[in-house]
Design a protein around this ligand. Sequence first.
Ligand code: FAD
Length: 413
Amino acid sequence: MRIIVLGAGVIGVSSAYWLLRAGHQVSVVERREAAGLETSWGNGAIIHVSSVQPWAAPGMPLKVLKWLGQEDAPFLLRPSALPRMWRWGLGFLAASRTAVHNAGALANLELALHSARCMAEIRAGTGVEYDYAGGCVLKTFGTAAEWEAAARAHEALAPHGLVTERLDRAACIAREPALAPVAEKVAGGLHFPQDEVGDCSKFSQGLAAWCAARGVEFHYGTTVEKLVQRGGRVAAVATSAGEMACDAVVVALGPHSATLLRPLGIHVPIHPVKGLSVTLPRAVWPEGPRNAILDDGRKFALTPLGDRYRIVGSAEVADFDTTPSPARIGALMRGVTQLFPAFEGADSAAGAIRWAGLRPMVPDGLPRIGPTRLGGLYLNAGHGHTGWTMGAGSGQRIAEIIDGRRNSLAAVA
Ligand SMILES: Cc1cc2nc3c(=O)[nH]c(=O)nc-3n(C[C@H](O)[C@H](O)[C@H](O)COP(=O)(O)OP(=O)(O)OC[C@H]3O[C@@H](n4cnc5c(N)ncnc54)[C@H](O)[C@@H]3O)c2cc1C
C-alpha cells in the first residue's frame, strides 16, 4: 500500500519504520527541516516504563483547581485556555476515578514494556546512535511517607511486569554519589532497572535517515493543509507542495493532530500541555549525577545525556504557545538547586538552551492508536508525557493494525 505518515516526531518516524518493514511504500510529510524538532526535541529523554500512570488520578482535579492562577505551580491551568477545555476537563475528571486510573496504568504499562522490546530490536537492527544508557533512573523522595506511598504504588504493578527496587538513603548514595552532600534531603528512593535514557530527537533523526536510505520518502519543509476524501475513504493529502495520492494515512502530528481532523467531523480530545526543559553542557558540573534523577516533591527530572544534562518539568495549559516563561523556568531551576546547589545559575551558562514543548495530552492518558471512522485514515497520537517511552511500540502497533494483524479495530476517533 502507498501510506503517508503525517509528522516526523518520534511517533511518525517509528510508524514509518515499522510500515517499511511490513513492505509498504511509505512517505512522511513534515513541516520542519528535519525529524524530531518539536515535542520530540527537548523532552526528559527518559524511557520511563515506571512512569506511565495517567495524570488523571484521584485527588488530581482538586490539586489543579488549587493551583489555578499560581504562576509557579507544577500544573498551571491558564484561565484563557478554559473556554476551549471544558469537554477535555470533564473527560479528565471522569478519568480521575480510581478504577479508570488503574486500568489506564495497566494498559500503558503493557504498551511501554512492549515498546522497550521494540527499541531493543531497533537498536540491534539499525545501529542508530542516540546516547542510550540503560538501568540508570532513580526516583528520590524527601519524606519517608512519600517514599512508602510511591513504593507501594509501583510495587502493585509487579505482577504486570514492572520491576521496582527500594533503596534506602545509603543505597541511594551508593548508586548516585552526587547525592552524598545532600543526604539529609533524601529519605529514600526507587530504582527502576527497566527504565532507559536516550535522546529522542537524535533517535528520530537517525531512524529517519536509516528509513530514507531504504526507500522511505521524507518531504521536509512541507506543511499538511488538509485531507482529501473520496467515496468514504481518504484519497490524498493536500500539502504546501501539492496533493499526494495514497491508499492510507497515519496522522502522527502530536499536539496538532486534532486540528487536522476537526474539519472532517472527527473529534479527538488531544490538547497541548506545555512543558519546559533546560539543556546544559555536562561541563557545568562534570562530576554531577550519572543517573537520571526524578525528584517527586520538587517536581523535576534531571537526566545526564551524552555530553549534556537535560532538566525538565512543569505542565501548563496555555494552547499552542511554546515560549518558555522565565517565571516557570525559575521555579523549575529552584527545585533542582534545592537538591543540587551546583546548578545555581546554570540555565544562564554559555551553551544552555531553554526550551518549551507541547505534550499531546488526552484526558484519560491513553494514546489513540488505531483506525478512525474514515476509511484508510489512522491515528497514532496523544502520547502525552510518555511518547518517547511508547514511541517504538506504538509504531509497531499501528503497522500491525493497518495490516489486519492486530484485532483492535474499533475506531479510536
Ligand atoms: C518537557 C517535556 C518532557 C517530556 N519528557 C518525556 C520523557 O522523559 N519521556 C517520555 O516518554 N516522554 C516525554 N515527553 C513526552 C514526549 O516528548 C511526547 O509524547 C512525544 O515527543 C510526542 O511525539 P509526537 O511524534 O507525537 O509529536 P511531535 O514530536 O511534536 O511530532 C509531531 C510532528 O508533526 C509536525 N507537524 C505538526 N503539524 C504539521 C503540519 N500541519 N504539517 C506537517 N507537519 C506538521 C511537527 O513539526 C512535528 O515534527 C515530554 C514532553 C515534554 C514537553
